[in-house]
Write a new protein. Structure first.
Length: 172
């Protein structure tokens, strides 16, 4: 009879750094926009419109679309208004192109001289169970990444529909 190690003994994969960064930047920028401490410049609103238009067919913010928008923005997009929207979009781009943290145990146990060795078979089975757990955790992180990118898309929609008032009283 095979006994399985409880899932609590399996190390949990950390959330990818790119996802944490997007969540943090998004929360701060959304909060500041909602409280009128930040409003997009005309260029930032235009970049948001370009991204919304580019993603109108499928609703997806993709790496090529983000690269094109960041290139369209020029240096002023990176510097004006603190460059906060550019920083957020750059973080989303990083999230879309980086796979997240590597699993150090992904290679599995080394193959013995005798592939039918009982200890090797046990180690391989244990590694397979662990790999399944990591696949589930990775899938959960992927779903969370999709949710974060969707939240950025929603923020872009809000700031292009109602940019809000800037600190100087002008519309964004």
């Amino acid at each position: 009879m095979t006994t399985h190690a409880p899932s609590s003994t399996r190390p949990v994969l950390p959330e990818p750094a790119a996802l944490t960064r997007v969540r943090t930047l998004l929360a701060t920028l959304s909060r500041d926009h909602a409280s009128a401490r930040w409003a997009p410049t005309a260029l930032e609103a235009r970049i948001g419109e370009l991204l919304l238009t580019a993603s109108a067919g499928d609703g997806a913010l993709t790496a090529p679309r983000l690269r094109a928008a960041l290139a369209e923005g020029s240096m002023s997009f990176l510097a004006d208004n603190g460059g906060r929207l550019a920083l957020l979009l750059g973080a989303v781009l990083e999230l879309l192109i980086s796979p997240g943290p590597a699993d150090p145990g992904a290679a599995g146990p080394a193959a013995p001289e005798d592939p039918y060795d009982a200890e090797h078979t046990r180690q391989t089975a244990a590694h397979a169970r662990e790999a399944v757990g990591h696949v589930h955790e990775t899938a959960a992180h992927a779903r969370e990444a999709v949710d974060a990118v969707d939240a950025v898309h929603a923020l872009l929609d809000r700031i292009t529909r109602d940019p809000g008032l800037r600190a100087d009283g002008a519309r964004g």
